[in-house]
Design a binder for this molecule. Sequence first.
Ligand code: PRP
Ligand code: URA
Length: 215
Amino acid sequence: MSPLMPAAAANVFVVDHPVIQTKLTELRDHATEPRKFRALLNEIGSLMVYEVTRDWPTMARKVDTPIETMEGRVLARKVTLVPILRAGLGMSDGVLRMLPEARLGHLGVYRDEKTLEPVSYYQKLPPDIAQTEVLLIDPMLATGGSGSAAISFLKKAGVTNMRFVCLVAAPEGIAALHAQHPEVPIYCAAIDRQLNELGYILPGLGDAGDRIFGT
Ligand code: PRP
Ligand code: URA
C-alpha cells in the first residue's frame, strides 16, 4: 500500500498493487463493455481483500493435521459484507469469493441527480451485524453523501467495526466522509483529482452502476 501525504492520509489506505492498477486502467477505459467491466471490478474486489483485512484480529484454533495436532489461527469475528445498491453489488461478489463465510446486508442508496443528496430506499441487515466485522462496499466515493448515509445507518444498527471499501475516491468525498465519520477507515484503489460540476469523479470511470448493469 502506498503511504499518503499526512494531511490527506488519516485513515485512508490506497491499495495500489501493480496488478490492481493494471485492472483499474482497463476498467476506466470507456470501451470496456459491461461483461469485462463486471469481471474486472470483482477481480479487484478480491485482490483488495488482502490489504483491507490485514490487521483483523485472529484467535487460536486447534487443528489436527495428518501428522500431528497444532494451534492454527482463524478470524476472531464473523464477517458481514454490505454493498451499497446498486454499484456495490458489482464488487461484492469478488470480496465474497475471498470471504465465503460472510453474510450479506444490503443498503439501497442513490444520489438525487440534481441535488446530489443521498436518497435511502432499502435496508436489510443480518440481525447480529453489530458483533461482526463489516465491510461497506461501493466502487465510487464522490461527494461522500451515499457512503456517509450508509455509515450512519450501520452505526444506528450498532456496528462499530467497519471499513469502507471503494475503487475510486475523490478528495472531496474522502473529506466529507471523514468529517462525519473520522474513525471509519477508507480503502480505495485510487484517489482521483476532483469532482466535476455534475458530481462525477475526474478522471474517474463514469457512472459505475450504468457500466456494471448496462443501463
Ligand atoms: C453511485 C455510486 C455511489 C454514489 C457515489 O451510485 O455507486 O453509491 O454514486 O456518489 P456520492 O459519493 O456523491 O454519494 P448512484 O447514485 O449512481 O446509484 P446506483 O449505484 O444505483 O447507480
Ligand atoms: N457515481 C458514479 O458512479 N460515478 C461518479 O463519477 C460519481 C458518482
